[in-house]
Ligand binder design. Sequence first.
Ligand code: BG6
Length: 486
Amino acid sequence: MNEPVAPAATLVIFGAMGDLTSRLLVPALVNLTRDGLIGDTLAIIGIDRDLASDEALRAKLDRFHDDPGEPSWTRVRARCTYLHGDFTDPATFARLAEHLPDAAANVCFYLATTPTFFGGIIDALAGVGLLAQAGGFRRIVVEKPFGHDLASAQALNARILKVADECQIYRIDHFLGKETVRNIMVTRFGNAVFESLWNNSHIDHVQITAAESLGVERRGKFYDATGALRDMVPNHLFQLLAMIGMEPPNSFEAAAMRAEKAKLIDAVRAPTPAQATTDAVRGRYRAGQAQGQDLPDFLAEDAVDPASRTETFVAMKLMVDSWRWAGVPFYLRTGKALSARDTEVVIVFKPVPLALFRDTDVTHLAPNRLVIQVQPDEAISLDFIAKKPGPMVDTTPVSMVFSYADTFRPGHTTGYEALLYDVMIGDQSLFQRADEIEGAWRAVQPFLDAWAQSREPPEDYVAGTCGPSGAEALIARDGRQWHALG
Ligand code: BG6
């Protein structure tokens, strides 16, 4: 591969002492350095409110590298500097301006902070002139969650777009950095065999699942204020939905890709108030054991309000009003404390007529399924029916499997490598445009409104199971069932 080395730039990380920086961003920079995709011309300035020094930041980051003497890490380490400052204090931004090389330098500002700071930081950067592109680029990476409902997402977009151009904004969704998610495009559009079946003539329904076996861990406060829907659906699950459902773009260029994704998201039907109460189920975990780990009740988790009505699981049915998808339901589900970690997309094809088998013992044939396993065991499998060996006509479902690990033996990545590299080279194709984000919130807002008015708490499920029974009922109502987790 001949990818160019990213241009010389300064990466300013707001939230330098946070988990995201140490666990994901800096290790991704090290991997990119090892692969020769970023060079020693990348300077890193970490900003945070802790009283710390360059060396204190580097020592903290050392802990996240198995071998602190590893050459790529040593190279990145030497270029990490620390700037102490409050994100709400104008003096922080004046000092930052002094630290940056000159007005023509390339600078990327990464907001790895809690969302309450996003708007203020961007306004303050603009206030000291740091977003003006005078020769070099000035880019802003905004983490999730982007808004907590439609109105707040619209307000945040409006606030940012007042001081920066859309081409400067990189709204991150880390699912788009996952190899298996990026491969959806290639699988769909690089193979005639799949794309020719990819429509409502052949597909019965689609299931999109992001199941986690862990509970809320140390994020009780954030999660209690957020819940499963806001945390996962309008961002990660809608991005998967868009990749699966979009029309073929004219190229892999950002403008073409994002236009098609936005079009698909716009075609997702927002439920009526009545549908919003019947087409989604929310759950909340009770104490149990998931993957060998004891979990408490969600309500007993650290920093969770004991009277909380926040959901830790959601399942919903969505329809997409396009020619390709008319009549094909998309079932989405996500939750914490489930029986397995399992992120997957399952395309379930329509059944075949059974006429051929009428004089045999075969009374039912499992439908063909294409399972795109996003994680943890990255794979694509195609389930089909084969004849069991023997004199009688008897059938059994079998599977053809492509496993990433067996085929490519990929090295360990954090999932942020492609995203950071793309920010540096100015490729926005893996980032969400304002209308994608707002379109997704528009489609889920009726569910949030219905829950806000409801007196019912979320339905309980025991940790380590596959969620509340209402989720089974939601899909069973249509004569279908969820693909088993794990
Ligand atoms: C984050 C959510 O965006 O995605 C977390 O805030 C969730 O709650 C995580 O655990 C899942 O990401 P991944 O890559 O581990 O599947």
